[in-house]
Design a protein around this ligand. Structure first.
Ligand code: UDP
Length: 235
């Protein structure tokens, strides 16, 4: 039987993907399907760290008259709601999990401690990283790249609302083409937006491939770790 091509991954789940068609809050069906797919992945022996976004509740300043730093901290706090919802769903299905937050909130979760996170992963626990990087002016994509580098993940699985990286916005350009594979520098030079450039640069410098696919088909998570084509591979 074929084996996974990755031993340890960071699964980045955007908040928007968790909202499904509602575009706000959680969609319980999505959470159910995603957690099933995560469990299938862990059962293959893959160590899974999850970096959750928060865009389904709050996305920075987003045009509002507001202090940028305050808005970003609100965004980081919104990721905690998603982390706890995923933890609860996974534990109801019998999985061992830990939530680690980049901003301390000890009554709720462990603080982020790299060595501890790695130890949990080695024991087969799913570690859910919340509060992004803990710093304003960053995105949760960049936090995913940072955590992936720190815990020496083999890849980032970027589960999104779109099914890969296109040369133009597929919602606006009818003949937009999807890349099967694209280099980090090509991605940056073309100004593509599936992931922000800070995150892509960090992955490039640390040789971490990024597999971009749609969370609408949660089976893509298993496919990605098995090295099967899912969407776009940035490397
Ligand atoms: N954020 C931040 N620092 C981080 C990660 C996130 O300031 O390290 C803030 C930022 O305002 C961002 C919001 O949290 O817009 C929610 O994260 P993001 O938009 O990346 O979530 P996603 O799009 O993945 O749901």
């Amino acid at each position: 039987m074929s084996k996974p091509i990755y031993n340890r991954v960071i699964l980045k789940i955007s908040g928007e993907a968790l909202a499904g068609d509602k575009h706000f809050g959680f969609d319980n069906d999505v959470i159910g399907e995603v957690t099933d797919a995560i469990i299938d992945t862990v059962k293959l022996g893959v160590q899974v760290g999850i970096l959750v976004g928060g865009g389904n509740f709050w996305r920075g300043r987003d045009g509002k008259e507001m202090d940028r730093t305050t808005a970003d901290y609100m965004g980081m706090l919104s990721t905690v709601l998603n982390a706890l919802a995923l933890q609860d769903a996974l534990e109801h299905k019998g999985m061992e999990t830990r939530v680690q937050t980049a901003i301390e909130m000890r009554q709720i979760a462990e603080p982020y401690i790299r060595r501890r996170a790695v130890r949990h992963l080695e024991k087969g626990r799913i570690v859910i990283f919340a509060c992004g990087s803990g710093n304003p002016y960053f995105s949760t994509d960049t936090a995913a790249a940072l955590r992936a580098a720190e815990i020496e993940a083999d890849a980032i699985l970027l589960a999104k609302n779109v099914d890969g990286v296109y040369n133009a916005d597929p919602n606006q350009v009818s003949d937009a083409k999807r890349f099967d594979e694209i280099g980090y520098l090509d991605f940056i030079n073309r100004g593509l937006s599936a992931m922000d450039t800070t995150a892509v640069t960090l992955c490039m410098d640390n040789h971490i491939p990024i597999s971009v696919f749609s969370l609408a088909e949660p089976g893509n998570i298993v496919k990605a770790v098995m090295g099967e084509a899912t969407g776009t591979l940035i490397r």
